[in-house]
Write a new protein. Structure first.
Lengths: 287, 411
């Protein structure tokens, strides 16, 4: 295998890790399979686009605003719409997020039209030499962003009181309520956090690729593949799972051509579920 | 709590149903009363099913093809409408939104004829146009297709539909003839999506390249949504391809260009047959400058009737690619209106016969349908320069515009 295939795959995997992290936390903590997660990612890209159109800022500067915007949209949806559905089983919430996905696409189409958009950045088309291999600088930036978000998420979950509350609510929400944890608030804030992480992924997808109203589904499917590999709700394995998907795709493109890029993702998804449903990279315990 | 839950479920269900939607109709279009002051004694309706929303839609009110249809209707009414059986009738356009759904499009082509009583239609764009053919023939609806390469259609002989546009097989030879006048190595990379139309284009381009003495040194057929073009870029770069021809969806071209620049692959000529013809192409900034795409109209091309007037009529469009789409739509209605005037009747057989006998100058040039009900419009090569597309070949069409060589966007 040529080194540039491996390096390019690892860097591209950073985007998949970012896309999957929010999805994994949502399933692990809220037990919510958010079918609208792809639209949240695209929403983050559009939010950044709206800011950049008006200000001319770099996408990395617009990213925190996009993250806050999507968190602000997600919080009331979870708190006032999805929470009771989630507490009574996953099916109703799953269907609800399906509807939200359609709504999101229709909204993007109505406001931003169907033409694909890109987020302009000075490094979007630049190259860099990493370990002697020529790669796209935008993917290096994405990898760094993904690493920082993953580390921050891990630290919050494992070293803060808020993180302890999230883990308690994830383990047993009813007992957590009894112990005085406001589970509705914790769930809403967690959902908002997953939306913020997704928005960061959307911004980097907008820089490295392009996006349109229906771009979310492809990103969502990639996210599911990573979650299947990594296991649900596990931050570190999700990051590694993202890199693994990136490498698998890069190798598939190199060996068989671009047409097999998506085959690899779906194959990994089904094999992971078939061999070890709790995740190939997990220790068998979910969040 | 239960009520809130039920309310939430109900709201989501309603949102889901609303978002999915059913066969809803947009407002019936129609033009303003004619400026000539002519008193109309009735109306004559034509219709169209278009993807105003959905995957191919641009949002309500932003469809350049519809803008072209409406302007043509307005101009027809301003010049006195259509005379049928001695009565001056106002031309009315009925527009239906098929939400980018082929099944809905088929239903609407039928309902426009059977319920809305339109006497003729302007066809839906993209591959929907092909799917409308059996319906318009079975219901005998005189139809003019808008904006699809005519060689992609089957024969229209004995049918009720007509197509006037460029031939996709004319594009590659013209491009290669043009490129051959510049110091470009005769090595080409072909990158296309793997859907049947794009594959057909790639196959045609390869054949034309070989005829013109070019060697295809790298090629790739990729699914839409591809973001990793590293293999074909690496192949093209290592084998010295200085001409790149792409037939990719609009979402695929930006990542391709970014990757080409990042990997320091700088072809001298970049032809973007499909993605280069979206109005949002300039959003990529400098990367977009220099791409070539085929045109059928531009306000600066000499000899095209009414070009300046139409450029002013569509001045609000973001660029000349959008205006070109409007003029394409304008031509379709113009041809239909001309046939209705000559037929002086709403009888489908008479209108069909009048369409077949079309022979005149229209906004994209001369139109005379052959036995297959097709008219070939002349293509031109355009190049994106500083956010606008300009004609660069043939020389007599380019006028003051010069071809910028090599490809500026990747310099």
């Amino acid at each position: 295998m040529e080194p540039e295939v491996l390096v390019a795959g690892v860097l591209a995997g950073g985007l998949y890790a970012l896309v999957a992290l929010g999805l994994s936390l949502g399933i692990g903590v809220l037990r919510l399979v958010n079918i609208a997660h792809g639209e949240v990612i695209v929403g983050g890209a559009y939010a950044a686009y709206a800011v950049i159109e008006r200000t001319g800022w770099d996408p990395l500067v617009a990213m925190p605003i996009a993250m806050l915007a999507m968190a602000a949209v997600a919080y009331p949806i979870q708190r006032f719409l999805l929470h009771d559905m989630v507490m009574n089983g996953p099916q109703a919430a799953l269907v609800a997020t399906f509807g939200l996905a359609f709504l999101g696409q229709a909204f993007f189409l109505g406001v931003f039209e169907a033409d694909p958009r890109v987020l302009p950045a000075s490094y979007a088309a630049s190259g860099a030499d990493v370990l002697g291999v020529r790669v796209q600088l935008s993917y290096v930036v994405t990898f760094v962003v993904a690493s920082l978000v993953t580390v921050a998420t891990h630290l919050v979950l494992s070293h803060t009181r808020a993180g302890a509350a999230v883990r308690a609510a994830a383990a047993d929400p009813h007992t957590a309520e009894v112990l005085g944890i406001d589970v509705r608030q914790v769930y809403a804030l967690t959902f908002a956090a997953t939306a913020a992480i997704a928005a960061a992924g959307g911004v980097m997808a907008g820089v490295t690729q392009s996006f349109g109203p229906s771009s979310g589904i492809g990103l969502l499917l990639s996210g599911f593949a990573v979650v299947a590999l990594a296991g649900i709700g596990r931050v570190g394995p999700t990051f590694v799972g993202g890199l693994l998907i990136g490498v698998l795709q890069s190798v598939a493109v190199s060996w068989f051509g671009g047409g097999y890029r998506e085959v690899v993702v779906y194959l990994a998804f089904f094999l992971a579920l078939a061999i070890r449903p709790t995740g190939l990279l997990s220790r068998g315990v979910t969040a | 709590m239960r009520r809130i839950r039920l309310l939430a479920v109900g709201l989501c269900a309603a949102l889901l149903l609303g978002a999915c939607g059913d066969d809803s109709s947009s407002d019936a279009g129609g033009s303003e009363p004619g400026g000539s002051g002519a008193a109309f004694e009735g109306e004559i309706r034509i219709g169209t099913s278009q993807p105003l929303t959905g995957a191919f839609g641009g949002g309500s009110g932003d469809n350049p093809l519809i803008a072209g249809f409406e302007q043509a209707v307005k101009d027809v009414n301003a010049s006195g409408g259509i005379e049928v059986d001695g009565k001056k009738l106002k031309l009315e356009l009925v527009v239906r939104d098929n939400k980018s759904d082929a099944n809905l499009m088929a239903q609407q082509v039928r309902s426009l004829h059977l319920e809305d009583k339109v006497v003729a239609q302007v066809g839906p764009p993209s591959s929907f146009g092909f799917q409308a053919i059996p319906i318009v023939n079975s219901l005998k609806i005189p139809t003019v297709m808008a904006g699809l390469p005519v060689d992609l259609f089957p024969s229209g002989k004995d049918g009720y539909w007509y197509a006037s546009y460029l031939q996709s097989k004319d594009i590659a030879p013209q491009l290669l003839e043009f490129v051959s006048t510049y110091p470009v190595a005769k090595k080409v990379a072909v990158i296309a999506n793997n859907d049947p139309t794009s594959q057909g284009f790639a196959k045609g381009f390869k054949a034309a390249a070989q005829t013109a003495g070019f060697e295809v040194v790298a090629e790739a057929l990729l699914p839409p949504g591809t973001t990793d073009f590293s293999k074909v870029i690496s192949d093209a770069k290592s084998k010295g391809a200085e001409l790149v021809s792409v037939q990719l969806s609009p979402t695929d071209c930006p990542p391709l260009l970014k990757q080409m620049k990042a990997l320091e692959y700088r072809p001298k000529v970049f032809s973007a047959a499909l993605c280069g013809l979206v109005p949002s192409w300039p959003q990529q900034g400098k990367l977009a400058d220099g791409a070539i795409a085929s045109l059928v109209w531009h306000p600066d091309i000499p000899g095209l009737p009414d070009a300046k007037r139409l450029a002013e009529a569509f001045a609000a469009a973001p660029n000349n690619v959008s205006r070109m789409a409007s003029v394409t739509g304008y031509q379709a209605v113009q041809i239909l209106a001309d046939a209705l005037k000559r037929a002086a009747s709403t009888d489908p057989e008479k209108v069909n016969a009048a369409l077949a006998a079309t022979d005149g100058d229209f906004v994209l040039g001369p139109v005379k349908f052959d036995a297959d009900h097709k008219n070939v419009v002349k293509p031109y090569q355009g190049q994106w320069q500083n956010g606008e597309i300009v004609p660069v070949y043939p020389k007599d069409a380019a006028g003051k515009h010069e071809f910028v060589y090599p490809y500026a966007g990747l310099a």
